[in-house]
Ligand binder design. Structure first.
Ligand SMILES: NC(=O)c1ccc[n+]([C@@H]2O[C@H](COP(=O)([O-])OP(=O)(O)OC[C@H]3O[C@@H](n4cnc5c(N)ncnc54)[C@H](OP(=O)(O)O)[C@@H]3O)[C@@H](O)[C@H]2O)c1
Length: 342
């Protein structure tokens, strides 16, 4: 397992993170849609991840209405000091006017709930789960800065922000002199490459690390969904993230071809492609079953050649959008030559 600095921070994270969105032993909404992993299997998964060298675990206050945090805390037990816990704030399980979002009020309340459920007195990476359109970023940043001063939070990150929102948050933190976000958690997969347009370039330029969610597009890139028929699994009832199926099946065909040539699984090649992409710090792997986790952990050992990366890049390419196709990649490049066939 490789370890990388998370953005411009001094924190080292493993290139695979264990996601715990499937942990739900109380039969809530997540159990129905995403996974109903009980405590025994959750503890086993955490130990498998630790044995493989994973040092960072991702959860959220809202996952299974707090159950995922509780189960992760129990699974880690006395190993908590040796690992990094990443959790999130924004969504809530209740619907009061001040419940949702990242106001000072919400953050101060939610952090106490997360600490209690996780059974810890600090959170290593506290992530804003989504951009709050009604709360000024100044208020959110000052509240998060206070949590760092109080020792309840070590580092702060953000998730699901657009590039301008990331840049705005970074600029405001610079102006205020508050803690800065060190990481972006975003969706990226071979069937979802939109973040290559703006989010990855912005993160790299500003020195934020990235944690990649749904790297298999909710299981689509495991290879079990085919043109011929749908397999059972999360996507059978919950088609998220959205996938362009026609292009997606072509991607899976190419993954299968490369997987067979390397005696690897389709999922391993899909995860390895992400691990080879510029700007990716850590890929958050999710699993509902022990064998899926063991399979996905094997991705850290896969080396893809330049040719294999090129083939996967080509089959999964997204349409260039303005202004990227107008912006020269290097000095002196003749833009028109990109659109000429010869
Ligand atoms: N920040 C955010 O907004 C956000 C959003 C989503 C997720 N996340 C984080 O990212 C983590 C991973 O997301 P994800 O669960 O959506 O990841 P994913 O890798 O795209 O999907 C995981 C699901 O795919 C199936 N699967 C995984 N490995 C497999 C394998 N080797 N063979 C066959 N099927 C396999 C399993 O579901 P089935 O068995 O049901 O098919 C598994 O639960 C989450 O736990 C969470 O920590 C964050």
């Amino acid at each position: 397992m490789k370890y990388k600095n998370l953005g411009n921070s001094g924190l080292y994270v493993s290139e695979l993170t264990l996601g715990t969105m499937t942990f739900d032993n109380e039969g809530g909404a997540y159990a129905g849609l995403i996974g109903a992993t009980g405590q025994e299997l959750a503890t086993k998964m955490v130990n498998l991840a630790l044995d493989a060298g994973i040092n960072i675990f991702d959860t959220a206050n809202v996952y299974s209405s707090g159950v995922s945090e509780t189960m992760l805390g129990k699974a880690l037990g006395d190993k908590r000091q040796d690992v990094l816990i990443a959790t999130k704030v924004y969504s809530t399980m209740t619907t009061g006017p001040n419940d949702l979002g990242t106001s000072r009020l919400a953050i101060m309340r939610e952090v106490e709930g997360s600490l209690k459920r996780l059974g810890t007195d600090y959170i290593d990476l506290y992530q804003v789960h989504s951009f709050d359109i009604t709360t000024p970023l100044e208020e959110t940043l000052r509240a998060l800065d206070d949590l760092v001063r109080q020792g309840k939070v070590r580092y702060i990150g953000l998730s699901n922000f657009s590039a301008w929102q990331i840049a705005k948050a970074d600029g405001i933190a610079n102006l205020l002199g508050t803690e800065k976000f060190i990481s972006v958690q975003a969706y990226y997969s071979l069937v979802g490459r939109e973040l290559e347009r703006e989010i990855i370039p912005a993160s790299m330029d500003l020195g934020l690390g990235t944690l990649i969610w749904s790297p298999l597009a909710g299981g689509f890139l495991s290879g079990k969904y085919t043109r011929e028929g749908e397999a059972s699994g999360r996507r059978a009832n919950f088609e998220y993230p959205p996938v362009d199926k026609e292009q997606g099946y072509n991607v899976v065909d190419k993954l299968r071809e490369i997987a067979e040539s390397k005696n690897a699984s389709v999922a391993q090649i899909a995860l390895a492609w992400l691990l080879h992409k510029p700007g990716v710090t850590s890929v958050i792997i999710g699993a509902r079953k022990e064998e899926q986790l063991i399979d996905n952990l094997g991705a850290a050992d896969i080396v893809l050649s330049e040719e294999e990366m090129k083939q996967l890049d080509e089959v999964s390419a997204i349409k260039p959008e303005y202004p990227q196709y107008f912006t020269p990649m290097k000095r002196g490049e003749n833009l028109l030559s990109r659109f000429q066939n010869n």
